[in-house]
Design a protein around this ligand. Structure first.
Ligand code: ZN
Length: 351
């Protein structure tokens, strides 16, 4: 077994694309709410068990998204053209580095276990690249142990991590961002940071196949169970937009892991995205989505879904700087194009 694990580990290191290796166990519902980090000198909480040995899996080499290494400058944050949007954050890596999610490691993606969806996005940053604060706030975690809540745990799957409680919230709830797998941290708990301040450096600490930044947005509680899709929170490049959708079966249950192709009328370029897998992923309060594809140049696209040996397709226009939305129901096909009706229990702040 050991030699197999060693072989798999080395095979993973040969892969060109780095990504998270999720924890081997799903955390219990009493997982730590890391709103505040214990001071470094404090004894480890007795309830915190050491994280299990990382278990490595072999998975197919993902095809890199054929993209140019250039995107327009981002919209200034906060950016919200509709009352429902909340592009409150800038990107956590500099504009002269890759600052968009790896196509195969989006929020809700499933790589290793069918019930363990990815709770953030992975950005394929170079080792040592600066990690930047996505918005202003106070550092509430800096160092090892973010996942386990045990500050000295060097087996923590997030590795060296930083979390920020932002100066603003959403609908009266606090907002957090977190940055994982870092090689070094340049901030301390309690420190106030501004947007773009350097938090530390990209690394390979924790469960990862290579250098990259794991980035999460968390709403209400700084916990594993309260993440949201960062692509609905980071400002798009200027002139580009975001596609969100909700895919359900005939009983209105969400469809997990369904592949969707999104093809540009103008360029013919095809983007692939999957609906969220099962696990600790959450939908936006307004969109109630289970699929997001960010960084789409504005224009007309064909969305196509192959399900039960049938192909369904429809047209959708991606508008600059905002979210385009669709719903899809198994057996019926695309059931709506356009923003969802406002739910009565949702309090939309005045624009
Ligand atoms: Zn990740």
């Amino acid at each position: 077994m050991r030699s197999i694990v060693r072989w798999l580990t080395s095979a993973l290191f040969l892969m060109s694309i780095a990504a998270c290796v999720p924890a081997t166990v799903t955390p219990s519902p009493v997982a730590f709410d890391l709103s505040e980090q214990e001071p470094a000198a404090a004894p480890a909480p007795s309830a915190a068990a050491p994280a299990p040995e990382p278990l490595r899996f072999l998975f197919p080499t993902p095809a890199p998204e054929p993209v140019s290494a250039w995107r327009p400058p981002l919209y200034p944050v906060p950016w919200a053209l509709t009352p429902y949007d909340h592009f409150y954050f800038t990107r956590p890596t500099p504009a002269n580095e890759v600052n968009w999610p790896l196509a195969d490691y989006r929020y809700g993606g499933v790589f290793f276990r069918p019930d363990l969806a990815h709770t953030g996005i992975d950005i394929d940053a170079k080792l040592g690249a600066p990690v930047l604060a996505a918005g202003p706030g106070t550092v509430v975690w800096a160092g090892w142990g973010f996942y386990s809540g045990w500050a000295e745990n060097e087996n923590d799957p997030y590795g060296i991590a930083v979390a920020i409680r932002h100066d603003f919230g959403y609908q009266g709830k606090p907002l957090y961002t977190m940055y994982g797998h870092m090689s070094q941290v340049d901030v301390t708990v309690g420190q106030h940071v501004e947007t773009g301040d350097v938090l530390g450096r990209v690394g390979i600490t924790g469960h990862t196949t290579g250098p990259h930044l794991h980035f999460e947005v968390r709403l209400e509680h700084n916990s594993y169970f309260h993440t949201r899709n960062p692509e609905l929170w980071i400002a798009p490049p200027q002139g580009w937009g975001v596609l969100a959708g909700r895919l359900t079966d005939a009983k209105n249950e969400t469809l997990n892991g369904v592949s969707v192709s999104v093809t540009s009328y103008e360029t013919g370029r095809i983007f692939w995205v999957k609906s969220y897998g099962q696990g600790s992923v959450n939908s936006d309060e307004y969109y109630n989505e289970n699929l997001v594809l960010g960084d789409l140049p504005a224009g007309w696209y064909t969305i196509a879904i192959e399900l039960d040996k049938k192909t369904y397709d429809t047209e959708i226009k991606i508008l600059p700087g905002r979210v385009a939305y669709f719903t899809f129901k198994e057996g019926k096909g695309f059931t709506s194009i356009g923003l969802p009706k406002v739910k009565t229990d949702l309090q939309i702040p005045a624009p």
